[in-house]
Write a protein that binds this ligand. Structure first.
Ligand code: SAH
Length: 507
């Protein structure tokens, strides 16, 4: 068995800036050797059993010296393992990737390089600064800024840089910022050359200072800029005024609470995050088994007798299927039963099992589902309603009035979690919450239970409140709250769009 080392660039911070090839090797890595990464969430892409080894700097000192890292790569590869050496940005841009590759070559270990999006280009880009631009410059230079600029035997050609008419991009230069700027001016760079410093670029913490070579260092100091940061010197830096985009997205700087269960939150989070929001997931529901499976099991036993099976949530679909499969049956057991889904997400969930619902109402509350089903209900029509253990009774009651024989089978139970996560606790205490989103009446009630009614009301009064639809809004009213945001149709994308519109309108 032959080992392999991949020297992989992880990009500058935004997890979307990792390459497809990097993800592909990460997902089959047996060993991941990584530094301080702008976005450690990438590590969760590694397989469950992979060995994760941190070799980055801690408090100024190398946790593992470079020779140690080289040895590690060689020995793991020689043991036949697939090793991913993950580095921020691009592995060959000030990342010592070149040295590691030399060691691997010398040791006869197979390796491949997977370039990454370097912060030297991407961080200025996220600040709205193109490192080259036909009107400004035909060249760009990357410089390491951590060499002591007063040092006699330094290797940075300052005299050359001072006369260099192109864009200069300094990495690792926060500590020496003032000295580096002074040195450039000394060597002939005009003090009024536009300059920018970008801290934690391509992340939600990104901060940018703009100015001139003469004042950028003191400005950065005033703002308390800390590593990692990049200094851009050159005319292109003034383009930021026109081209800034990352921090001008509608939800930038807003902390939005997402109260859905963890399983369901990802879609709303993705949509809000794409508009710049910092999402704070506070799950108010944990999906678990119902208190009792008796009704479901009984229904599954006689599943062929039902004319309709009605699903009122994506969770209901997966819980139902799991129970069905658990009994050694598959979807063919549903036979000729027709299927109804309360909305598109539920319909999507059915599709995962190769099923297309016969009825999906135009808007997605129980009343509308009942109305959409009504033409199909006759005296004696047998309906299986697979739903949460605690739910409103409108649907079964309406169908029964039409003559249906309705079997209500709880397939899951949503329970409020025992306590708030510490991160959420802190954000609430520090008053950092801008928006609260609620996607069902249950999320409202459970959030109130989780926080305590008074704390909930105090928080909601300070924040902007978004409700997915009229029922959820009515539940908020029970707590004396009126949502400022409510979409016209009751879906997650519509809710996200309404939140974005609300803040987009401010600009
Ligand atoms: N190989 C990396 C650079 C490693 S040197 C790359 O290609 O991006 C580390 C320096 O990169 C930091 O000191 C800082 O100057 C810069 N850097 C990396 N990520 C950054 C980020 N998200 N924001 C600002 N600077 C960053």
């Amino acid at each position: 068995m032959k080992g392999m080392v991949y020297l992989v660039g992880a990009g500058p911070g935004d997890p979307g800036l990792v390459t497809i090839k990097a993800l592909e090797v990460l997902r089959r890595a047996q060993v991941v050797v990584y530094d301080q990464l702008a976005n450690p969430s990438l590590l969760s892409e590694a397989p469950a059993g992979a060995e994760l080894i941190y070799v980055g700097k801690k408090a100024g000192a190398h946790a593992v010296p470079q020779e140690g890292i080289n040895d590690l790569l060689v020995t793991r590869a020689r043991a036949g393992l697939t090793v991913v050496r993950l580095k921020g940005g691009d592995p060959f841009v000030f990342g010592r990737g070149g040295e590691e590759a030399e060691e691997l070559a010398a040791a006869g270990v197979r390796f491949e390089i997977i370039p990454g999006v370097t912060s030297a280009i991407a961080v200025p880009a996220y600040a709205g600064i193109p490192v080259t631009h036909r009107r400004y410059t035909t060249l760009a230079t990357f410089v390491t800024g951590h060499e002591d600029p007063t040092k006699e035997e330094g290797t940075i050609p300052w005299a050359n840089l001072g006369r260099n008419p192109g864009t200069l991009v300094f990495l690792m230069g926060v500590k020496n910022l003032a000295e580096n700027c002074r040195r450039l001016m000394e060597e002939g760079k005009p003090p009024d050359t536009p300059a920018a410093v970008i801290e934690k670029g391509a992340t939600l913490e990104q901060r940018t200072v703009t100015g001139t070579l003469a004042d950028i260092a003191s400005q950065a100091q005033d703002m308390g800029i800390r590593p990692p940061a990049i200094l851009v010197v050159g005319g292109v830096a003034e383009l930021r005024d026109k081209l800034k985009w990352w921090e001008t997205r509608p939800l930038w700087g807003k902390t939005v609470v997402v109260t859905r269960s963890r399983e369901q939150a990802s879609r709303l989070v993705a949509l809000l995050a794409a508009a710049g929001a910092r999402c704070l997931e506070i799950p108010t529901l944990e999906i678990g088994p119902p208190d009792d499976y008796a009704s479901l099991d009984k229904a599954l036993f006689q599943i062929k007798d039902f004319h309709w099976i009605v699903f009122t949530s994506a969770n209901g679909v997966s819980a139902f299927m799991e129970r069905l499969f658990g009994q050694g049956k598959d979807v063919r057991a549903l036979g000729g039963a027709r299927l109804a889904a309360i909305g598109p997400a539920t319909a999507e969930a059915l599709k995962l099992y190769g099923l297309i619902p016969d009825v999906v109402p135009q808007s997605f509350v129980a009343e509308d589902l009942a109305a959409a089903l009504a033409p199909h209900i006759f005296p004696g029509t047998r309906v299986l309603l697979a739903r949460a253990q605690v739910a409103r009774e409108v649907l079964p009651e309406t169908l029964e009035k039409l003559g249906a024989r309705v079997e209500v089978a709880p397939v899951y139970k949503a329970r409020p979690p025992a306590s708030l996560a510490p991160e959420a606790e802190t954000a609430i205490r520090e008053g950092r919450i801008d928006v609260l989103t609620f996607t069902s009446s249950a999320t409202v009630h459970n959030f109130a239970v989780l926080l305590g009614k008074e704390r909930f009301q105090a928080l909601a009064e300070k924040a902007i409140v978004a409700a997915i639809g009229p029922i959820t809004a009515a539940t908020l009213k029970e707590y004396g709250l009126t949502p400022q945001i409510q979409p016209d149709s009751y879906t997650i994308p519509a809710l996200a769009a309404a939140v974005i519109d609300y803040f987009g309108g401010e600009k």
